[in-house]
Design a protein around this ligand. Structure first.
Ligand SMILES: *Cc1c(COP(=O)(O)O)cnc(C)c1O
Length: 378
């Protein structure tokens, strides 16, 4: 069994993907070919925002957003402590300082009461200027944007939605990638919408920011290509990846998103009462980048992972280490600040195989091993 079976997806989409790849190769327009613009339009329409700007990866998308806002040295950006490293790395890459915030136990997303405490404390300390909240839609579930938008307004902060894992999620009528002043996603192969290499995109309703993002991704170009008006990056999405993504977006919209939700429902009904299963608040929808259970303690989690492994079932620990404990952040003084929920989650989470092509009998097989193991090692 695969943790995320990309080969099964390719088998299902092979003839369309092969055709799309061939078409790009025949056109020789490998950089900024037609598929890139077509994909941007389709993504903007899917999400329901005015602009989509494709770029080289999800980390660059975050960096470009921060550059568009002129965020840099001396600025504070609030980032959840429980996420993939890139969320914080992008903040440091532009010279700003990430201020880490604890998360909610049930949703794994940024904890708004802790966020407000950190904002107040940062203002009181007076060393950094609070500029933005970088919220992550972890494991496919949008963060609580009603609360986050209120906090952003109250403290006049920009809201950057890191939907690298969140593409396809929603809150009532609004889709992920539409919640931030700027939102970003990643097309890394294992993300909910993945390509066959690296890729990413930004989303915004703001015309001026969209134009700046288009400039930053291409060497800071001005309206005349060989007049570069700012220091930018080389961060375009390859035409080949765009062509592949156009095929995959169709399947994602037509049935893959429904399929992962069917898988998640089946896991939850199989495991309910045995272990803490993922919580999707009322009105929220997840794109299930991960299906993550929470065990009682570290030893139980590690035992379960070993039992699964013995049955040839892959599982992953996302994430084993809080961001504030990463070696690269040794220089940030977190003494006197604690992250009890993040620290507990790092010791107790376990992500199970999850993808749209997982069969009901495979879900039952994984569930059975989990249930049997838990009744023995409880
Ligand atoms: C994957 C990921 C990123 C980075 O995306 P890349 O395309 O790999 O650069 C950023 N934030 C989160 C939360 C992610 O999961």
């Amino acid at each position: 069994m695969q943790f995320r079976d990309l080969k099964r997806q390719y088998d299902a989409l092979q003839s369309d993907i092969d055709k799309a790849i061939k078409k790009v190769i025949n056109s020789s327009a490998f950089i900024m070919g037609k598929s890139v613009m077509e994909l941007e339009e389709e993504l903007a329409q899917y999400v329901g925002v005015r602009h989509c700007i494709a770029c080289a990866n999800g980390t660059d998308a975050l960096v470009i957003a921060l550059k568009v806002w002129g965020i840099g040295k001396g600025d504070a950006v609030f980032v959840p402590d429980f996420t993939f490293f890139a969320s914080a790395e992008a903040v440091s890459a532009v010279g700003a300082t990430p201020v880490f915030v604890d998360v909610c136990h049930d949703t794994f997303n940024i904890n708004h009461s802790d966020l407000e405490n950190r904002i107040i404390k940062t203002i009181a300390d007076g060393e950094l200027v609070p500029k933005a909240i970088l919220s992550v839609d972890l494991f496919g579930l949008p963060a609580n944007y009603t609360k986050l938008q209120m906090i952003a307004q109250k403290y006049r902060l920009l809201l950057l939605e890191d939907a690298a894992q969140g593409f396809g999620g929603y809150i009532t009528e609004t889709k992920a990638c539409a919640f931030g002043d700027i939102s970003t996603t990643s097309f890394f192969p294992a993300k909910p919408l993945g390509c066959y290499g690296d890729g990413g995109a930004l989303f915004t309703n703001n015309d001026e920011w969209a134009a700046l993002a288009r400039s930053y991704r291409m060497h800071g170009k001005g309206s005349f290509k060989y007049d570069n008006v700012r220091i930018g990056m080389n961060s375009r999405l390859d035409t080949l990846q765009a062509a592949i993504l156009r095929v995959k977006l169709k399947a994602f919209d037509a049935y893959e998103l429904d399929a992962v939700n069917t898988v998640a429902k089946r896991y939850t009904s199989n495991l309910n009462g045995m272990v803490h299963t993922p919580v999707v608040p009322l009105g929220f929808g997840s794109s299930w980048a991960q299906y993550t259970i929470v065990l009682n303690e570290e030893q139980q989690r590690d035992n379960l992972q070993n039992t699964l492994k013995a049955s040839s079932i892959p599982s992953m620990i996302y994430y084993p280490k809080p961001i504030h404990e990463q070696t690269a952040y040794n220089n940030i003084d977190c003494r006197g600040v604690d992250f009890p929920i993040t620290e507990k989650l790092c010791k107790t989470v376990l992500s199970l195989p999850m993808h749209p092509y997982l069969t009901a009998s495979e879900v039952d097989q994984v569930s059975e091993v989990v249930v049997n193991a838990l009744s023995q090692i409880r």
